[in-house]
Design a protein around this ligand. Sequence first.
Ligand code: DAT
Ligand code: MG
Length: 139
Amino acid sequence: MSNNKTFTMIKPDAVANGHIGAILDQIIKAGFKINAMKYIALTEQTAGKFYEVHKERPFYGELVGFMSSGPIVAAILEKDNAVEDFRKLIGATDPSKAEKGTIRHLFAESIGANAVHGSDSSENAEIEGSFFFSALEKF
Ligand code: DAT
Ligand code: MG
């Protein structure tokens, strides 16, 4: 599978804290092109479905509650080596462990409210992008 796309969400904490513009600026300056984008809110049901892989984890309920607590920005991003390069740009899941200058280091509040999502594989990027976008919405 080609590795030139990844999927991201700017999470409810970063949206509420006014960081949409700053985060998109970092993403674009890092060389990612926007293939698809929308401002949207997940419900508990749709957040639960998106994060179904984490169903057995102890933080699943907290995660679903948080991700449906306010609007998000969902986007498909395009760049060579997109998945790996984007994970590098956002930093570790726990912002206290995220490298200096990464998006989570700069903007995340906690391990749960950690500002951004980034897909962990090209396969999952395709699944996650298709969860939000139809073929007509991808450019
Ligand atoms: P990542 O988002 O870095 O891929 P993940 O896939 O392990 O991390 O977890 C998905 C999300 O779940 C993560 O972005 C925030 C939340 N999460 C992970 N570990 C958590 C924890 N120990 N407590 C609360 N929320 C957590
Ligand atoms: Mg993950």
